[in-house]
Write a protein that binds this ligand. Structure first.
Ligand code: ADP
Length: 176
């Protein structure tokens, strides 16, 4: 499913964030130390190879809501943007911190000249954010930011399961 907000297309697809060769920047649901781990971070670091952690680690630790950018190393993407989501029920206000992840990631992609960005559903795995709530925050934030982007023309949400895809499609459909 796709929608256009001004000159920016937002789409939701089922897939793996490490298999998006047509996007310039992929976003990692990172940990504070910018090391490999489980979930998205594990998959991204495995696919990118050890050069990614070597470049990323000195940029950490980061706090919830923050994001940093590195090269893509073994990934088919020019950039990896590492964003630290809030742990649900622990890092507050969680909604603002999650929105900051999307805002800061888009700003970094845009500043670095990326025309396309792929996001996973940040915080909805190990960090426990309910996917319906997280999808609302994510879609609202990217829609609000779309008008200010100079380079980014495609924002893709890559969802790992049917339930997550449907939650994001619903949130995308209801954004006016
Ligand atoms: P967090 O620690 O921010 O919660 P996780 O990596 O645990 O991040 O999970 C975030 C979301 O990404 C979850 O919905 C999870 O199912 C999904 N996910 C896990 N691996 C991948 C992948 N390779 N591509 C896309 N999404 C993934």
């Amino acid at each position: 499913m796709k929608r256009k907000f001004g000159s920016v297309t937002v789409e939701c697809v089922l897939g793996d964030i490490t298999e998006q060769p047509d996007v310039d920047a992929v976003v990692n649901a990172a940990n504070a130390r910018l090391e490999t781990g489980g979930g998205v971070a594990g998959a991204i670091h495995r696919a990118a190879g050890p050069g990614l952690a070597a470049e990323a680690r000195p940029l950490g630790p980061i706090r919830p809501g923050e994001a940093v950018i590195t090269g893509g190393h073994g990934l088919p993407n020019g950039f990896v943007i590492h964003a630290l989501g809030p742990v649900y029920g622990q890092d507050r206000p969680e909604e603002e911190l999650l929105a900051a992840c999307y805002r800061n990631s888009l700003a970094l992609a845009d500043e670095n000249g990326a025309a396309s960005v792929a996001f996973p559903a940040i915080s909805t795995g190990i960090f426990g954010y309910p996917v319906e709530e997280a999808a609302e925050v994510a879609l609202r934030t990217v829609r609000d930011e779309a008008g200010d982007l100079r380079n980014v023309r495609l924002i893709r949400f890559v969802l790992f399961g049917q339930k997550d895809l449907e939650a994001h499609e619903r949130a995308l459909a209801t954004r006016s």
